[in-house]
Design a protein around this ligand. Structure first.
Ligand code: ZN
Length: 303
């Protein structure tokens, strides 16, 4: 089976752009470019050709890969977990996400976590607009990696480009939007939902790197209940063994060739069920991800 090639969905927002590189979410369902599946979206392919995805159980393609290019600051926000989203958002998935920093202007920060001691303080700081006291900012550099659990207050700031791997969900609760206007009006805030879902106190879990999982030119970035994400460097040649139901691949720097197909920075594709030996040739940086905790661990080999 060939790699599944996708046409990214691009969205222009008040603060920059989002490229939904691998998405079957109804708010940005990518078109499949392979001739044999022409006209299908990724969500249709998931339903009609389950063999490509190892007949993985589930009513929807579970992951979403985005590239976020932030020119201005994103709102201070938080996402629900699966239980809260299922109950309050029409059966949506919750949103666990992680960020690989592709670029950051010198001196840039991001918001991750908050300084409130408990839920009551979360509520009072938000209701009284004590944003400087509330939010926790950390410096950010190219190559950094962050894991954002549901309930974690976060924001990407202007001057940052990230690759985000997340559950296939589009539920964001805005806590604060810097009093900005869009078409003359402030964007909707979700203060009640935010207070409901924010974890307090914030417990720092970054960086989540496990150095023991470096195999040649491939390094595991995180493994959680929803996904495992790896960074790979193609320095001439990188061989991996794709023995999983499906593997999401993104080129985040340079270019490479796989089985006579060229891929460049910004290209995304899926290696279908048990693709087997994949030999990337060229000079590139890649992000790979798979759909669960146990299936991918240690499956990838570099020569
Ligand atoms: Zn987010």
């Amino acid at each position: 089976m060939n790699p599944i090639l996708l046409k990214a969905t691009t969205k222009t927002l008040i603060w920059g752009t989002e490229q939904w590189g691998i998405s079957a979410h109804p708010n940005g369902d990518d078109e499949v470019l392979n001739e044999e599946y022409s006209g299908k979206s990724l969500s249709t392919l998931w339903k009609e050709n389950p063999e490509l995805f190892g007949n993985t159980k589930g009513d929807r393609f579970p992951l979403l890969t985005k590239i976020i290019d932030a020119h201005a600051d994103l709102s201070i926000q938080v996402h629900p977990n699966d239980e809260y989203a299922a109950e309050n958002e029409n059966g949506s998935l919750g949103k666990t996400e992680c960020w690989y920093i592709m670029d950051a202007k010198p001196g840039t920060t991001i918001v991750i976590g908050h300084n409130a001691k408990n839920k009551d303080e979360v509520k009072s700081m938000i209701e009284n607009g004590r944003w400087t006291d509330f939010i926790r900012e950390v410096p950010v550099h190219k190559g950094d990696f962050f894991f954002i659990e549901p309930g974690t207050v976060h924001a990407i700031k202007g001057g940052t480009v990230i690759l985000e791997t997340q559950q296939s969900s589009d539920i964001t609760y805005r806590v604060y939007d810097y009093d900005r206007l869009q078409d003359g009006k402030p964007r909707q805030l979700h203060v009640k939902q935010s207070i409901d879902v924010i974890n307090a106190p914030y417990v720092q879990k970054n960086p989540p790197l496990d150095d023991s999982k470096v195999i040649g030119d491939v390094k595991q970035l995180v493994s959680c209940d929803f996904f495992t994400v790896w960074h790979g460097t193609v320095n001439g040649e990188l061989e991996i063994n794709q023995n999983q139901p499906f593997m999401l691949c993104s080129v985040i720097e340079g270019s490479c060739n796989l089985d006579n197909q060229n891929f460049e920075k910004g290209d995304h594709f899926i290696l279908p069920n048990n693709y087997g030996k994949a030999i990337f040739k060229g000079n590139a940086e890649m992000i790979f991800s798979c759909g669960s905790k146990f299936e991918f661990s240690g499956a990838i080999k570099a020569l």
